[in-house]
Write a protein that binds this ligand. Structure first.
Ligand code: ATP
Length: 533
C-alpha cells in the first residue's frame, strides 16, 4: 500500500515538476519576447527590470525543475521495469522447459532485454510527454485567451489540429513501418543460432548460407530502423506546419492588439513546439511500445504445462515411487501404458528404442509435463495432488545435455545450494567421483569451466552435473543417459559411482539408458514400447 502510494506520490510530483518546467520554458520565451519588444521602445530601464528578472528566473528554474522531474519519473519507470522483468522471468519460469514452444533463444533474449526496456518508454516517452504537454498547453491557451480571447481560440484550434494529426498521422505511419522489435528479435535469433553452431556451420560448409540469413535479418532490422526515422521526420513536419500556420493566422488577426502583446501572442505557438515535439516522439514510439507489450503478454499467455492442484497436499515422508499404467507424450501419448515400482533406495533402469519417450517419461516423473493416462505416486500420494515444485524438490533429473555455466566449478555447484560451504561441495564432488580431478587442478574449486563446460572433458562435465544434483539433496534421481558420449572405462567408472548412491538410506535411482553395458548393471529393467500408429 505504502509502496503504491509512494509510487503515485513520486509520479505525481514528477509530473507537476514536468509541467512547471514546460511552463518555465514557455515563460522564458514569452518574457524574452516581451522584453525585446518593450526594450525596442526604449522605456526607462526600471520598466524592464521585472522582465529581466523573470527571464533569469525562468531560465534557471526550467533546468532545475526538469532535473527533478527526470529524477522522479525515471525512478518510477525503473521500479516498474524491475517489476516487469520479474513478471517476465516468472512467466518464463512457469512455462519452461516444456512450454516455450516455438520461441527461439535469441528471440527470447530480445524479449526479456529489449521489450522490457521498451516498456519503460511507455511511461517516460509516451504517457508523460502527453500528460505534461497537455497540461502546459492548456495553461498557455488560458493565458493567451486572457490577453486576447480570439487569439486564445486560434491557439486552441492549433493545439487540436496538432494533437489529432500527430495522434493519427504519425501513429499510423509508425504502425505501417513498425516491426522493429520483431526484426530485432529475428536478427538476435539468427546471430545466437549462428554463434552456438559456428563450428558445425563451418565444418559442413554452411557458413555462407548462415551469413546470408543473418545479413537479410540485418537488412530487415536496418530498414525497420530507417522507417522509424522517416516517421520522426513526418512528426517534425506536422509540428512545424501547424505552429507556423497558427502564427500566420494570429498575425493576420492581431491588428487591434497592443504591439507589445502581439509579440507575446505570436510567440505562444512557437513556445508550444517543444511539448508538441514530445507528442510526435510519443506517437512514433507508440507502435513499438504496443508491439513490445503484446510480445510480453504472449509470454504471459504461454501458461504452465502442468497446473498445480488448488490445494496441494504436503509432501509425504516416504519416497517410494510407483508408476501405474502411465502413458506420456508431448502432443499425443507416444508410449504404451508403463508400470513399475522403485522402493526407497532401489535402483532400476528404463530402456527402449530412440524416440519411444524415455526422456519424456523422465519429465513426467518430475511433473514438468502432465501424463496422458495413469498415476505416478510418491510416498503413496499421487504427484498430481502435490505441488510440482515440491515434487521437484524430492525428485531430481540429470539430463543428457544439462547446462554448465561459464564460471567456476564452485559457482556451478552452488546453483543447487547457494549456502553450501566448501566441505559440502567437496563431499558432493567426492560422491560424483570428481574430487580427485578437481584437487589436481591448480585453481581447485575456482577453476573456470569455460562456455558450456568446454574446458572440461565429457566425463568431468557429466560428473560436475551429477555433483550439482547430489548437492540439491533429492531423494529420487532420474538420470537420463548418464554415460552418453563417454568411453567404456569412463562410463563404467561413472556407473560405479552412480550405483553407490543407492542402497538402504540412500537415494532411489531411475536410470534411462539404451547402453547394454549400463543395463547389464541392473536387475530391474523396464522396456518402453512405442504405441502402434
Ligand atoms: N520439446 C518437444 N516438443 C514436442 N515433441 C517432443 C519434444 N521433445 C521430444 N518430443 C517428441 O517426443 C517423443 C519422445 O521423445 P523422447 O526424447 O522422450 O524420446 P527418447 O526415448 O528419450 O529418445 P532418445 O533415446 O533418442 O533420447 C519423440 O517423438 C519426440 O519427437
Amino acid at each position: 500500500m505504502s509502496r503504491t502510494y509512494s509510487r503515485r506520490a513520486r509520479l505525481g510530483t514528477g509530473l507537476a515538476m514536468g509541467v512547471a518546467a514546460q511552463l518555465a520554458a514557455v515563460g522564458l520565451l514569452l518574457a524574452s519576447a516581451w522584453l525585446i519588444v518593450r526594450a525596442a521602445e526604449q522605456p526607462p530601464v526600471l520598466y524592464l527590470m521585472v522582465a529581466i528578472v523573470s527571464v533569469r528566473f525562468f531560465g534557471i528554474s526550467r533546468s532545475v525543475l526538469r532535473y527533478v522531474e527526470r529524477l522522479l519519473t525515471h525512478d518510477v519507470a525503473l521500479a516498474d521495469a524491475v517489476e516487469q522483468r520479474v513478471a517476465t522471468y516468472t512467466d518464463l519460469d512457469r512455462a519452461a522447459p516444456a512450454g516455450l514452444g516455438d520461441l527461439r533463444r535469441g528471440d527470447l533474449v530480445s524479449r526479456v532485454v529489449a521489450d522490457v526496456a521498451r516498456m519503460q518508454d511507455r511511461l517516460l516517452r509516451l504517457r508523460i510527454p502527453w500528460w505534461i504537454g497537455l497540461a502546459a498547453t492548456a495553461v498557455v491557451v488560458v493565458v493567451v485567451a486572457l490577453i486576447d480571447a480570439p487569439s486564445g481560440l486560434v491557439i486552441t484550434a492549433g493545439v487540436a489540429v496538432a494533437a489529432l494529426s500527430l495522434r493519427w498521422l504519425v501513429a499510423r505511419a509508425g504502425s505501417r513501418r513498425s516491426g522493429r522489435a520483431e526484426a530485432q528479435g529475428r536478427l538476435s535469433a539468427e546471430v545466437a543460432a549462428a554463434a552456438v553452431a559456428a563450428r558445425e556451420l563451418v565444418a559442413f560448409g554452411a557458413a555462407d548460407e548462415a551469413r546470408a540469413t543473418a545479413s537479410t535479418a540485418t537488412g530487415d532490422a536496418e530498414s525497420a530502423q530507417s522507417g522509424g526515422a522517416s516517421v520522426a521526420g513526418i512528426g517534425s513536419a506536422v509540428v512545424l506546419a501547424v505552429a507556423g500556420l497558427t502564427v500566420a493566422v494570429l498575425a493576420a488577426l492581431s491588428g487591434g492588439l497592443d504591439p507589445v502583446l502581439v509579440g507575446v501572442v505570436l510567440l505562444a505557438p512557437i513556445a508550444l513546439v517543444e511539448p508538441w515535439d514530445g507528442w510526435s516522439e510519443a506517437e512514433r514510439l507508440r507502435p513499438e511500445v504496443t508491439a513490445a507489450a503484446a510480445r510480453l503478454a504472449a509470454l504471459a499467455d504461454l501458461g504452465a504445462p502442468v497446473e498445480d492442484p488448488a490445494d496441494p497436499r504436503p509432501l509425504p515422508d516416504g519416497n517410494d515411487l510407483v508408476v501405474e499404467d502411465v502413458r506420456v507424450g508431448w502432443d499425443t501419448p507416444v508410449t504404451t501404458p508403463i508400470s513399475f515400482k522403485v522402493p526407497e533406495g532401489a535402483a532400476m533402469a528404463v530402456t527402449g528404442p530412440s524416440g519411444v519417450g524415455k526422456s519424456t517419461l523422465g519429465y513426467a516423473l518430475l511433473r514438468l509435463l502432465p501424463t496422458w493416462h495413469g498415476t505416478v505416486s510418491l510416498g503413496g500420494v499421487p504427484t498430481t495432488e502435490l505441488s510440482a515444485a515440491e515434487v521437484r524438490r524430492r525428485i531430481g533429473y540429470l539430463g543428457q545435455d544439462d547446462a554448465v555455466f561459464d564460471t567456476s566449478i564452485r559457482e556451478n555447484l552452488r546453483i543447487a545450494d547457494p549456502e553450501a560451504d566448501d566441505e559440502r561441495l567437496r563431499a558432493a564432488l567426492a560422491s560424483a567421483g570428481l574430487l580427485v580431478s578437481v584437487d589436481a587442478m591448480p585453481q581447485g574449486l575456482d577453476t573456470p569451466v569455460g562456455e558450456h563446460g568446454g574446458r572440461l572433458s565429457g566425463g568431468e562435465r557429466q560428473r560436475l552435473c551429477l555433483a550439482r544434483l547430489l548437492l540439491a539433496d533429492h531423494r529420487v534421481l532420474v538420470l537420463d543417459e548418464p554415460t552418453e558420449h563417454l568411453d567404456a572405462p569412463t562410463a563404467a567408472a561413472l556407473m560405479d559411482d552412480v550405483l553407490a548412491l543407492a542402497g538402504p538410506g540412500g537415494r532411489s535411482l531411475v536410470v534411462i539408458s539404451h547402453s547394454p553395458a549400463v543395463l547389464a548393471r541392473f536387475d530391474d529393467v523396464v522396456r518402453l514400447s512405442r504405441v502402434d500408429p
